[in-house]
Design a protein around this ligand. Structure first.
Ligand SMILES: Nc1ncnc2c1ncn2[C@@H]1O[C@H](COP(=O)(O)OP(=O)(O)OP(=O)(O)O)[C@@H](O)[C@H]1O
Length: 233
C-alpha cells in the first residue's frame, strides 16, 4: 500500500496559486526526491502535506487515512514526520535532552536506543550540548527529534543544506537506512549528490507543477534535470 499519497494538490497563499495540481505517491521503504529551482513550491508541498501553511485543496493520505482538513498535530501523532528546512535543535540542551523534549510531545515516543540503532552516529554525541556540534551532526539531532515522535513516514526539507560533501554522504547513508527499516521518505533537495545516491524516483518541479518524473539516472541522461534546474548555459 502507498504510504503517502498526495493527489491533485492545489495550494494558495491569498490569491497566489502556488501548487497547481501536484500528485506524488511514496511507498513504504522508498525514497522519493523532489527537485526544482528556488520558489517553485517544494517547501509549500511539504507544509501542505503536514497541514501547516497555506490553504490547500486535494487529497492527502497516509496509509489510506484521509488527512484532508485534519490538524497538523493529529497528522504528526498519526505517523507523519516533518524535518523542516534549517537545523532545529535546542542549542543549550544536550543531544539526549533534545531527544527527551521531542519525546515528551507525543503520547508514545520511539525509544532512544531504537533511534541510536538506526543512527549510530548519535551514540557518542548524547551527552554533548547540541549547539557545539557541527552542522551535519546537528542535522542528525534534528532527525533524531523527528524520529522520536514515532513517525513511520518522513518528509525532509533540504537536510544537506550547507553541509560538506562528506557529511552529505553520511546523511545519504542514514536516509538509506531509514528506507531499509521500512520508512517512506519524501526528500526535498538541492544536492544532486544526495538525490542520485538515495532516491528510488524523483520528481522535477517548475512553477507549482511536476514537469518530469522518473529514475534519477533516466532524468539525468535525458537532460531533464539540467534543463529544469537551469544547469545548462
Ligand atoms: N508564507 C507565505 N506567504 C506568501 N507567499 C509565500 C509564503 N511562503 C512561500 N510563498 C511563496 O510561494 C512560492 C513557493 O515557495 P516555496 O518556499 O514553497 O518554494 P521552494 O521551492 O521551497 O523554494 P526554496 O528552494 O527557495 O526553499 C514562492 O513564490 C514564495 O514566495
Amino acid at each position: 500500500m502507498a504510504a503517502l499519497s498526495l493527489t491533485d494538490l492545489h495550494a494558495y497563499y491569498g490569491k497566489a496559486h502556488v501548487l497547481q495540481g501536484v500528485s506524488i505517491t511514496v511507498e513504504s521503504g522508498c525514497v522519493v526526491g523532489l527537485f526544482g529551482r528556488n520558489g517553485v513550491g517544494k517547501t509549500t508541498l511539504l507544509q501542505s502535506a503536514m497541514g501547516l501553511g497555506p490553504r490547500v485543496i486535494g487529497g492527502i493520505f497516509l496509509d489510506g487515512e484521509d488527512f484532508s482538513g485534519i490538524p497538523a498535530d493529529h497528522r504528526a501523532r498519526s505517523g507523519l514526520g516533518y524535518m523542516p528546512q534549517g537545523v532545529r535543535v535546542f542549542r543549550d540542551l544536550t543531544v539526549e535532552e533534545n531527544y527527551r523534549v521531542a519525546a515528551y510531545s507525543v503520547p508514545k515516543a520511539r525509544d532512544l536506543d531504537e533511534i541510536v540503532g538506526m543512527v549510530p552516529e548519535l551514540k557518542d554525541l548524547l551527552s554533548r550540548p547540541a549547539g557545539r556540534l557541527s552542522g551535519g551532526q546537528q542535522q542528525l539531532v534534528s532527525l533524531m527529534r523527528s524520529l522520536a515522535t514515532n513517525c513511520r513516514f518522513l518528509m525532509m526539507d533540504e537536510p544537506t543544506e550547507g553541509l560538506m560533501p562528506a557529511m552529505v554522504e553520511r546523511i545519504a547513508e542514514v536516509t538509506k537506512r531509514l528506507a531499509s527499516a521500512g520508512y517512506g521518505v519524501l526528500l526535498v533537495e538541492q544536492s544532486l549528490l544526495l538525490g542520485e545516491a538515495v532516491c528510488d524516483r524523483i520528481h522535477l518541479m517548475e512553477k507549482g507543477r511536476i514537469v518530469h518524473s522518473g529514475r534519477f539516472d533516466e532524468l539525468s541522461s535525458s537532460g531533464a534535470i539540467a534543463e529544469t534546474l537551469g544547469l545548462i548555459h
